[in-house]
Design a protein around this ligand. Structure first.
Ligand SMILES: NC(=O)c1ccc[n+]([C@@H]2O[C@H](COP(=O)([O-])OP(=O)(O)OC[C@H]3O[C@@H](n4cnc5c(N)ncnc54)[C@H](O)[C@@H]3O)[C@@H](O)[C@H]2O)c1
Length: 351
């Protein structure tokens, strides 16, 4: 979308014939379509640097993120990794260790951080427009697991409900982690403690499909992350609300071009993308003039653009793409949310 990338090759499917079929569909040179990621790295390293792949996107089920990212980093390739970054916090720490010994770019695609009005929210909070934060409320409700969870056959066919493919959590790992990252992204603060109450619905289901998590930044700044994949009929109802002493900011993913600015004394103000009144960071995140709605693909493209801008030495703003540290914090959040629930809903520290 920003004309920064060309797909030059890859591994698109563990089944080689499907892999080739897809590569043909998108017009790729077959010599750059590999059997697996080991072969891809081995063969790409033999090419002259000017021809070699520069960045690799990891878009596979969760359990493959860590081995793929580890080997790519070890062989000096920059990575754009889907969330959750790994399946355990320990794996995430290992990636951090390797990353710190290299000069590479590593992004984790918390997609929603690319929206212009989220970036505007981040900048307004940083400038103190709503004053000191006192309450946060993030709700991420989906309903797609409802038709699956009540049928044990369907359950066993869904990789997200299998711990060996997905990690220790389904709902919190999949969408709770988006909410957690968003919270730290827009506030610029780190959550200190949490208490979680998860729902597995059936005793023989090992993966949470719903959860309510109390959040403390401090004993005076508190809030909640509510995430569910059994909120029947909900699509992608992600709401971010941050309240400060001077005002509140509220945004909803299903209407991403409206940022509500709430106040005690003034009528509701609705901010929209592309206008001069927005911050420069928000303005570079909208490609079209005001009144031409952009959406989820544009948001993801902004994250990819942030990576490209960093590689070209053009990155200007804090938060142009979610970092490896965001991925690491995401894994800590998932593990602590499950730990708190398993402890009988106790407060646990995030450190
Ligand atoms: N950022 C977001 O908003 C967002 C949205 C959806 C999914 N995701 C993440 O994307 C990842 C994939 O999820 P999905 O729903 O697209 O899953 P999916 O099952 O639809 O797709 C997985 C893809 O990985 C490929 N694959 C599997 N094993 C492979 C291997 N060994 N080598 C190469 N390719 C292989 C499959 O062929 C398939 O194309 C997950 O980590 C998920 O959490 C992120």
């Amino acid at each position: 979308m920003h004309d920064s990338y060309s797909i030059i090759g890859g591994v698109f499917n563990p089944d080689y014939s499907e892999n080739l079929k897809f590569a043909k569909e998108i017009g790729l040179d077959e010599t750059r379509v590999y059997e697996d990621y080991d072969k891809m790295i081995e063969e790409e390293l033999k090419l002259d640097e000017s021809k070699r792949m520069q960045v690799v996107s990891i878009l596979t089920p969760n359990f493959l993120h860590y081995p793929m990212a580890k080997k790519l980093l070890e062989n000096n390739f920059s990575v754009i990794c889907e969330k959750p970054m790994t399946t355990t916090y320990e794996e995430a720490l290992d990636l951090e260790r390797i990353y710190k010994s290299k000069k590479l770019t590593f992004a984790v695609t918390y997609t929603y951080t690319g929206y212009p009005m989220i970036r505007q929210m981040k900048e307004m909070i940083k400038e103190g427009v709503i004053g000191d934060i006192q309450r946060v409320d993030l709700q991420y409700y989906q309903g797609w697991i409802n038709p699956i969870i009540h049928d044990s056959n369907k359950r066993s066919e869904t990789w997200r409900l299998q711990p060996d493919k997905s990690g220790i959590s389904c709902c919190i790992g999949d969408i709770g982690t988006h909410a957690f990252d968003m919270l730290e992204y827009v506030t610029g603060m780190e959550v200190q403690e949490l208490l979680s109450d998860l729902n597995y619905v059936y005793d023989d289901n090992p993966m949470d499909v719903d959860g309510t998590i109390l959040i403390r930044f401090s004993d005076k700044i508190k809030g909640v992350i509510r995430a569910s994949q059994i909120a029947t009929g909900e699509e992608n109802c992600f709401t971010v609300a941050i309240y400060g002493r001077k005002g509140g900011l509220k945004w909803q993913q299903e209407n991403p071009n409206y940022l509500n600015h709430l106040s005690d004394s003034k009528p509701l103000q609705v901010l929209k993308p592309g206008h001069d009144y927005n911050s420069n960071f928000s303005k570079i995140s909208a490609k079209l003039p005001p009144g031409h709605p952009e959406g989820m693909f544009d948001s993801m493209a902004n994250i990819y653009n942030g990576v490209a801008r960093e590689i070209r030495g053009e990155k200007e703003f804090d938060g142009e793409y979610p970092s490896l540290n965001d991925g690491l914090r995401g894994m800590l959040f998932i593990e602590k949310a499950v730990e708190s629930h398993n402890n009988g809903n106790t407060w646990v520290k995030l450190k």
